[in-house]
Design a protein around this ligand. Structure first.
Ligand SMILES: Cc1cc2nc3c(=O)[nH]c(=O)nc-3n(C[C@H](O)[C@H](O)[C@H](O)COP(=O)(O)O)c2cc1C
Length: 248
């Protein structure tokens, strides 16, 4: 073989090898961008009663272990104060307790499906000052940050259905949700998204989640509710879960 051709072949092989390893390294770097939380937390799956199974016929009582995960930032926790419009928008008062909108939906899903609930808490708590929160959220989105989560569920692999809830921030999920999705292995699990919003609906977030979790069943009939309709959450959440065939 001509010397020039030989050198050419070697050069091509080297380019492919170097290119491939750089690609792998970069991808690995992206996956390891998320910092492991120092704290671990164990969440007890709900023990299903054998008799319940036959009586209710609910999907969730048929050996499925489900978990409700949510992120929510109620902008006040004081039910007795005169709330600003922003504080009112981000909260609902239930039985004298101030809840975030997404927190309330999570609570209802937990109740109806008899699932434990885990709240995603940032290592550095978010400000409850609306203006500051809005600009911080924008900055995080622009920089595509992965805000750290305070603790990690040590027995995540024990759950097979994960309801995942978040408010819409700047027409997307809050960046901390990206941290959440990158922190765990969702292979083989079912993810059922739910959100609350101020007018944007799901804002394409279900497709974003699908794009991130390639080996996961992501329910496209996700739940979304405007912050202005929170009073009807019990009825709406129930009828959505019935539509999905999860409760009857
Ligand atoms: C930083 C920030 C950005 C927001 N961006 C949007 C948005 O782009 N579209 C929308 O419909 N609502 C937006 N909202 C409104 C929230 O989605 C809505 O109030 C939600 O119910 C809050 O849920 P939470 O109380 O569980 O945190 C935004 C709220 C905040 C605080």
């Amino acid at each position: 073989m001509n010397k020039k051709i030989k050198i050419g072949i070697i050069a091509i092989v080297l380019i492919v090898l170097i290119g491939g390893s750089t690609y792998l390294l970069l991808n690995k770097k992206e996956a390891s961008n998320v910092k492991e939380p120092d704290e671990q937390i164990r969440i007890e799956p709900t023990k299903k009663d054998e008799n319940d199974k036959e009586e209710t016929g609910n999907i969730d009582s048929k050996n499925r272990k489900s978990l409700v995960v949510y992120f929510s930032v109620p902008e006040t926790d004081d039910p007795n104060k005169e709330m600003t419009t922003e504080e009112e928008n981000s909260t609902i008062v239930v039985d004298g307790k101030v809840l975030g909108n997404t927190e309330y939906v999570a609570m209802l899903i937990g109740e109806y499906t008899d699932s434990p609930i885990y709240r995603i808490e940032p290592k550095i708590p978010y400000t409850t000052n609306h203006t500051d929160l809005v600009s911080l959220a924008k900055e995080e989105q622009n920089k595509n940050t992965r805000p750290e989560i305070r603790n990690k569920i040590s027995n995540f692999d024990e759950f097979d259905t994960i309801y995942v809830g978040y408010p819409i921030w700047w027409s997307d999920m809050p960046q901390i949700m990206y941290t959440f999705f990158e922190l765990y292995d969702f292979t083989g699990k079912t993810v059922i998204p739910f959100s609350t919003h101020g007018g944007s609906g799901l804002a394409g977030t279900v497709n974003t989640i699908k794009g991130k979790l390639k080996e996961t069943t992501v329910e496209t009939n996700a739940f979304t509710m405007s912050r202005n309709d929170m009073e009807s959450a019990p009825k709406e959440v129930k009828s959505w879960l019935e539509d999905l065939g999860i409760i009857n």
